[in-house]
Design a binder for this molecule. Structure first.
Ligand code: PXP
Length: 259
């Protein structure tokens, strides 16, 4: 199973201070040393985390293949084509969302996706489509000539969280008043959708990635789906990195202060 690490939130942290650190570029060597096979970044239309300079630098300097998430907006696709990452993963984008909610609707956006994929292919960039585990979306992805799909695991992750944590503390109001038995059933339904979707995609000779909301706890279930060959994980890895690194960071400052 390949791991792509989404490092957008290093840029989120940097942008909070509007200075140069932490620099996402510095993560590349560490990702490689730690065994990740891919770096994933999202150049959003509103540039809320990665900016054009980050994207250019990361693609130029990465030892790992770069998977670039982006919307089907023509201007963005042209930028991606000029930057030439290893792969572009087309995702839906809404300005007001906190993160990518739901998969790309390949049927509703067929024409724009077709144009985007044609442009990407002309520039030797692989195309992946970030979709919900839905048969029609998968068939359309194949028809549109994508090499790969990435199955959206966000719904699975949200139900898993609601089931395994204090429900009052989760931001997912959607699952607030649902009892554990029903949540378990919902989780099973979502997992079965992901399994069946993966089987269909494999039959159609699409490569299959999965991502969104995955963490140390819930990834076990996804690993059981053998057709999935790549995971893209961001928030939970970057969040954990703060704590695994905090001890050394404080110790270093204390050493400087105490001499
Ligand atoms: N895959 C895609 C297509 C995404 O849009 C995102 C979020 O940017 C991820 C994976 C990573 O999700 P998370 O940060 O929840 O691990």
């Amino acid at each position: 199973m390949k791991l792509g690490v989404n490092i957008d939130h290093i840029a989120t942290l940097r942008n909070a201070r509007k200075i140069n650190e932490p620099n996402p570029l510095m993560a590349l060597e560490i990702l490689k040393q730690a065994g990740a096979e891919q770096v994933t970044i999202h150049l959003r239309e509103d540039r809320r985390h990665m900016n054009d300079f980050d994207a250019e630098n990361i693609i130029k300097n990465s030892f790992l293949p770069v998977n670039m998430e982006c919307s089907v907006n023509e201007e963005i696709i042209d930028i991606i084509c000029s930057l030439k990452p290893h792969r572009a993963t087309l995702v839906p984008e809404k300005r007001e969302e906190v993160t990518t909610e739901g998969g790309l609707d390949t049927i509703k956006n067929e024409k724009r996706i077709k144009n985007a994929i044609e442009k990407l292919h002309k520039n030797d960039i692989e195309a992946s489509l970030f979709i919900d585990p839905d048969f029609e979306q998968i068939k359309k992805s194949k028809e549109l000539n994508a090499e790969m799909i990435e199955l959206h695991t966000g719904k699975f992750a949200n139900i898993f969280l609601a089931l395994n944590s204090n429900i009052n503390q989760t931001p997912f109001k959607l699952y607030e008043n649902i009892d554990k038995k029903t949540l378990k059933k919902e989780l099973e339904i979502e997992l079965n959708l992901l399994k069946d979707a993966s089987k269909l995609a494999k039959d159609l000779e699409l490569e299959i990635a999965a991502g969104h909301g995955l963490n140390y706890q819930n990834v076990e279930e996804i690993l059981k789906i053998k057709e999935i060959t790549e995971l893209n994980i961001g928030h939970s890895i970057i969040a954990n990195a703060l704590f695994t690194g905090l001890f050394e960071a404080v110790k270093k400052m204390k050493k400087i202060i105490n001499g």
